[in-house]
Design a protein around this ligand. Structure first.
Ligand SMILES: [Zn+2]
Length: 140
């Protein structure tokens, strides 16, 4: 079960050409392509954005699917009443190829308010591309 699809993508992303007046990309033109329509994110940056959106929408199935099996949790816990405030990408670098699979790192800041208290999650994450599907490995 996940929350219903929004009009504007929570990740705040997508190329500028997709941005609507007033800011933000349409969900269906942004992470909705990956969460709902089954397209594969073309790189770790888009995958990272889509995972942020999946957290906002509490889409557990997508989060697990895009988590490398060796690090994937049994279930993803969502803080009750959490209000996600935004995602800011700090850095994105493709880090080469390991065992025939492309790897990348994304550094980001996500802000969330839980029980009236604001939190700032700052993480540099590493990702791997497994047969065309980018997956989150872990924090660096
Ligand atoms: Zn998005």
């Amino acid at each position: 079960m996940s929350l219903s699809a929004p009009d504007i993508c929570p990740c705040g992303g997508a190329p500028s050409a997709l941005k609507r007046k007033g800011g933000g990309a349409a969900y269906q033109d942004c992470c909705g392509r990956y969460l709902q329509n089954g397209l594969l994110p073309p790189d770790a940056l888009h995958l990272m954005r889509s995972r942020y959106t999946a957290f906002v929408l509490e889409n557990q199935a997508y989060l697990k699917h895009t988590w490398q099996a060796a690090h994937r949790p049994e279930s993803v816990n969502f803080d009750e009443g959490a209000k996600w405030l935004g995602l800011e990408i700090k850095d994105f670098v493709e880090t080469g190829v390991q065992n025939g699979q492309a790897t990348a790192e994304v550094e980001f800041v996500a802000r969330v308010r839980v029980a009236g208290k604001a939190h700032r999650l700052h993480e540099r994450s590493c990702f791997v591309c497994e047969e065309g599907q980018w997956r989150y490995i872990e924090a660096v």
